[in-house]
Structure formats: structure tokens, C-alpha cells
Design a binder for this molecule. Structure first.
Ligand code: BG6
Length: 279
């Protein structure tokens, strides 16, 4: 079943449910902000104080960072993480494949508004498969006459019972750029979170496993060899207006990305798909 819904302020989303799972996707940003398998706890973290406002990214779920990840390379006045998460997308189709699986397709095309921020013509397609396994696939098509380079991320916020008991497996001996110290370092063993973490892991070719208190989440990627791990921890969390002070305890971002050396250059008509498969 698919229902079209609105918050009181007019912020639109669709709610999809089938025999496997239930999901909510906002039209702004094609932003998946809720995902729950039948009989299980929500997979994605959503801030209790998130804004659901036009032009403001939702804090939680899976924001789409595109066509650049993080700060713009040369102009810091441009929006952090690009503009795709703040623009209104078009809902193309909801395909109820069978009782257990639904595919939602949303599209964003270049417009006068996007060309002011980024001077290339493009088509973006997001396919979300709501099933026992969650699949999120973002396809970029270059519709311009010039080549362009993109960095991007499926900025997934995972809900965890308690960050103190969480670890991520699959990054051992991987090098990462530490965005806090601006140094390149190497991961040794599993990743535990006991302070602010903001890292871009490079050349990641293995699936990752998030071990939480009473569940494990597997994250596989296609079209990606970089992973961002982010937790703002105490001080940063306290400065964020759309996160409660203790919110850092119940979330961890593990973002399937195309960042740093994993940027993708697309020639005219070329396509690239970044996919996260989460189970
Ligand atoms: C992460 C970045 O992906 O997103 C962090 O690595 C950033 O540096 C975080 O703070 C949140 O970004 P924003 O723009 O949603 O507040």
C-alpha cells in the first residue's frame, strides 16, 4: 500500500508498506526518513527535533549529498553537501512488485534554480526498494555537453541502542582521511566510537557490519569505494539546533559514498549508479 501524506505545514511525503517493511520518503530531497521491517525496531535514526521545512534538510534517515559531498571545493558559500537534499523531487512511480517488495522511483532534473548553483545539466534518479532488504540506488546521468565530476553520499543515519556498545566491522587496515585533524590514518581492528568521529575511509571493498546491542546491520555498496563515518559526539551535538543534546548516543552515520579519490567523472550521456544494500 502507498499513501500520499503531508505534515500540517504542507511538507509532503509518501508512506509505503508491504508484508516486509514500512518506509516514509519525503519528496524534498527524495529523503527516506523512516524504515522499519515488520516486527523490528526502526533501522534509521531520525532526530526528534528535526525540521520538516521547505529548503532545510531533514536530520536523520538518508539525506542525499550531491553533486558534492561536504563543503564545496572552491566556494564555501554554496550549500554544504550540495543541493539535492533541499530540492523538491518528482515522484515518478511506485511499483508494488509483489506483496513483499515495493520500488519507489523519484527524479530530479537540472533546472534554472540548480544551474545557478552548479552549471551542468543532469538527471538524477533515486530507486528505493522497500523489502526485507533495503536498497537505495542513486543514478546520475550527465545530460550536458561538458564532462562533470561529482562527489556524493547516501548519508545513512543508523539508529543504535547505545553508541558505547556499538562497533563497525570491515574497516580493518583501511586508510581514512580524518576530517577533524586533516590527517590520513589507518584503521586498526574494528571501529568503536568513544569521541567525535568524522572520517572518509578510502578503497573500501568489503561489506561493513554494524554491531549494535541486539542486532547486526550489513551494509553492501556498489559503485562506491569510500565510506564516511560520522558521529558528532557531545560538544558538536550540543551546538546543533536540530539534534537534542544526547542524540549522539543513539545514532551513527555510515555513508555509502563517492568522496575524495572516489569522485566520479562523467562524460556527456554517461551514467553512474551509487548503491547501498542494507539488511
Ligand atoms: C557528515 C560530514 O557526512 O555530515 C560532517 O562528514 C558533517 O562533517 C555531517 O558535520 C553533517 O552535515 P550537515 O550538513 O547535515 O549538518
Amino acid at each position: 500500500m502507498t499513501e500520499y501524506k503531508k505534515f500540517e505545514n504542507g511538507f509532503e511525503y509518501i508512506e509505503v508498506s508491504n508484508k516486509s517493511a514500512r518506509a516514509k520518503i519525503a519528496l524534498q530531497g527524495a529523503h527516506l526518513f523512516h524504515y522499519e521491517c515488520v516486527g523490528k525496531k526502526p533501522l534509521l535514526w531520525l532526530s526528534e527535533t528535526s525540521f520538516f521545512k521547505a529548503g532545510k534538510a531533514i536530520r536523520g534517515g538518508v539525506p542525499i549529498c550531491w553533486p558534492w559531498f561536504g563543503e564545496h571545493k572552491t566556494d564555501s558559500s554554496l550549500p554544504q553537501h550540495g543541493f539535492a537534499r533541499n530540492f523538491l523531487w518528482e515522484l515518478l512511480e511506485v511499483n508494488e512488485t509483489n506483496e513483499y517488495s515495493t520500488e519507489v522511483r523519484l527524479q530530479l532534473k537540472s533546472s534554472a534554480e540548480s544551474l545557478q548553483l552548479w552549471s551542468y545539466r543532469f538527471e538524477l534518479l533515486l530507486r528505493v526498494t522497500v523489502a526485507q532488504t533495503l536498497t537505495i540506488a542513486l543514478t546520475t546521468k550527465n545530460c550536458d555537453k561538458k564532462a562533470f565530476e561529482i562527489t556524493s553520499a547516501l548519508h545513512s543515519y543508523f539508529a543504535v541502542a547505545n553508541i558505547d556498545n556499538v562497533y563497525v566491522e570491515g574497516l580493518d587496515t583501511t586508510t581514512y582521511f580524518d576530517a577533524l585533524t586533516k590527517e590520513n590514518k589507518m584503521q586498526r581492528g574494528n571501529l568503536y566510537i568513544s569521541k567525535e568521529v568524522d572520517r572518509i575511509y578510502q578503497k573500501v571493498h568489503n561489506p561493513l557490519t554494524l554491531h549494535d546491542q541486539d542486532r547486526t546491520v550489513h551494509i553492501c555498496a556498489e559503485g562506491s569505494s569510500s565510506v564516511v563515518v560520522w558521529n558528532p559526539w557531545i560538544d558538536k551535538c550540543a551546538t546543533m539546533s536540530d539534534m537534542k543534546d544526547d542524540a549522539y548516543k543513539t545514532m551513527l552515520c555510515i555513508e555509502t559514498a563517492n568522496a575524495l579519490d572516489d569522485a566520479r567523472m562523467l562524460t556527456p550521456d554517461e551514467e553512474h549508479t551509487l548503491t547501498a544494500i542494507i539488511s
